[in-house]
Ligand binder design. Structure first.
Ligand code: 5GP
Length: 288
């Protein structure tokens, strides 16, 4: 016979979450309250406009934590962002915004497409931070555009671009210092902004994510790459690089802490004992 407790038990039917958008590295679902979304970080990685595809194990978990940390630090210094709170290892609750269809790129050192376009050696310090804009359109390969294009196509207004530019440089100043504090050079990065409609007022806020997926992060001493270029350029040790960024920021998940700091070990110039040399060799083999 069923106990009184059992007879009272209600079966709560969980309705499947409604997907809203699926991108290359993230997926968006309808949020629990109006005006919110759930941002899910995937392990999928793509490069060269989807030509190269792969999986970086654990990337979603690490990017969720790294992005949460950076968004919160930016909020502390008065930058409005879409981040509300972390929900679980791979998901965060965010404010729903209308995305401005632009990639805002800030560069402190020459690298990537910039180094290629202008025939400059990677790592050359730029006189001052540069801002560039790309039109967010995969089919067109995210072409570089100027403000003239942005206004002519109506992607953003002059007033919105003033705000976006001001935020982007403030974010760069802050993040450059924050990363330098943990021995990382912020070479360049990409930001996305959105329009938030709140109380009859429209506001530009930071959206998307900030992680090794959309930043170039080099070890300040060795120049070792700690970002998605390891995937783009087949450099190996991709997971270790992302984990190292999280470790230095102090947000490495507990379960990862035992893994130690492989990137530092392989780069360290300090003489190694016979025992540690043998250990590094076996670790490297295992990870190939
Ligand atoms: P580049 O123009 O040199 O390829 O990229 C400049 C910076 O913006 C790099 O940090 C790169 O990771 C980021 N970036 C540019 N386009 C994209 C994009 O479509 N997706 C992501 N995740 N990052 C991008």
């Amino acid at each position: 016979m069923e106990s009184p407790m059992h007879s009272k038990r209600k079966i709560i039917k969980m309705s499947p979450r409604k997907p809203v958008y699926e991108g290359k590295a993230k997926q968006l679902f309808e949020g629990p309250e109006p005006g919110t979304l759930i941002q899910h970080f995937k392990d999928d990685a793509t490069a060269f406009n989807n030509v190269k595809k792969g999986t970086i194990n654990g990337k979603g978990v690490l990017n969720n934590r790294i992005s949460e940390y950076l968004m919160l630090r930016l909020q502390d210094m008065g930058i409005p962002t879409h981040f509300i709170r972390t929900l679980n290892m791979r998901e965060q609750l965010i404010k729903a915004v209308q995305i401005v269809p632009l990639e805002i790129i800030i560069r402190n050192y020459a690298a990537g497409s910039f180094a290629k376009r202008f025939g400059v050696v990677e790592g050359k310090a730029l006189g001052h931070p540069l801002i560039e804009y790309c039109y967010k359109n995969d089919a067109l390969g995210d072409p570089f555009v100027t403000e003239e294009h942005i206004f002519a196509f109506g992607w953003a207004s002059p007033q919105e671009m003033d705000e976006i530019r001001m935020y982007a440089f403030r974010i760069n100043d802050f993040l450059s210092g924050l990363f330098m504090g943990v021995g990382i050079r912020l070479v360049d990065f990409k930001l996305e902004f959105g329009r938030l409609q709140e109380n009859d007022r429209e506001q530009i806020i930071l959206a998307d994510e900030i992680s090794p997926d959309n930043c170039r992060l080099w070890d300040a001493k060795t120049g070792h790459k700690l970002d998605k270029d390891r995937f783009r350029q087949d450099l190996g040790n991709i997971e270790d690089a992302y984990r190292e960024v999280a470790r230095r920021l102090g947000v490495l998940p507990q379960s990862d802490k035992a893994e130690g700091s492989y990137v530092i070990q392989v780069n360290a110039k300090a003489p190694k004992s016979k025992k540690s040399k043998a250990k590094a060799k076996t670790t490297a083999k295992k990870r190939k």
